[in-house]
Design a binder for this molecule. Structure first.
Ligand SMILES: [Zn+2]
Length: 209
């Protein structure tokens, strides 16, 4: 992976795709599941579960089935998702079934009569790539935090040592730290306020340089 790929990946991440990206999200994004899911009425699934919905304009409201709800805080939206504003849970029809029947993703698909559909070799490759990219981004973000801590510590130590230089012998011994401090300060600036591309160049230099 090079700088260009990683920045594209990071951009992708920002766009929100990866914020929910796990195997389920990847599966949900799969065309066959998406189409079948869209064909299901969330309202009828929720009502079928015994939740009493009341129509309110284009929305439906109910007492939330997931907490002791006195006033209706559970909403079903026309775009096919639901949300409880009190317990802050929500999602699509699959998430509702998973939570209501306390089952896993595969069981929810079965309950809804959604056929999982086989991923083609090409789709599997895409999923693999997306997962790999996501792991890379996670590693990178972790490195960013760790590196900033580490470099800040180095700067503090170097400043302390340099501040105590009193003799020529000291300078002989520790003078190189001036150069080190400059470099670390520069790295710290990048880590604190640089863009992802600059950070990634530093990451590359540190790990693959
Ligand atoms: Zn609730």
């Amino acid at each position: 992976m090079n700088t260009k790929e990683l920045t594209a990946q990071l951009k992708f991440d920002e766009d929100g795709w990866f914020s929910c990206s796990d195997t389920e999200a990847l599966m949900k994004a799969h065309d066959s599941i998406r189409h079948q899911k869209q064909g299901l009425g969330l309202v009828s699934i929720v009502e079928g579960a015994g939740v009493e919905l009341r129509r309110s304009g284009s929305l439906y409201t109910a007492r939330c089935p997931f907490h002791e709800d006195r006033i209706p805080s559970f909403f079903v939206f026309p775009d096919g998702h639901w949300h409880c504003f009190s317990c802050q849970v929500g999602g699509d029809v699959i998430d509702f079934v998973k939570k209501y029947y306390q089952c896993d993703f595969k069981q929810a698909l079965k309950h809804l009569g959604i056929k999982e559909g086989r991923l083609t070799a090409r789709e599997r490759e895409k999923v693999k790539k997306l997962k790999h990219g996501r792991e890379l981004v996670q590693d990178f973000r972790q490195w960013e935090t760790d590196a900033a801590d580490e470099v800040a510590l180095l700067c503090r130590c170097a400043r302390k040592v340099l501040g105590n230089i009193g003799t020529e012998a000291d300078f002989e011994k520790y003078g190189d730290l001036y150069h080190g401090l400059e470099t670390w300060q520069y790295h710290l600036d990048i880590l604190a306020s640089g863009d992802d591309e600059a950070k990634f160049r530093l990451y590359e230099a540190q790990y693959y340089g």
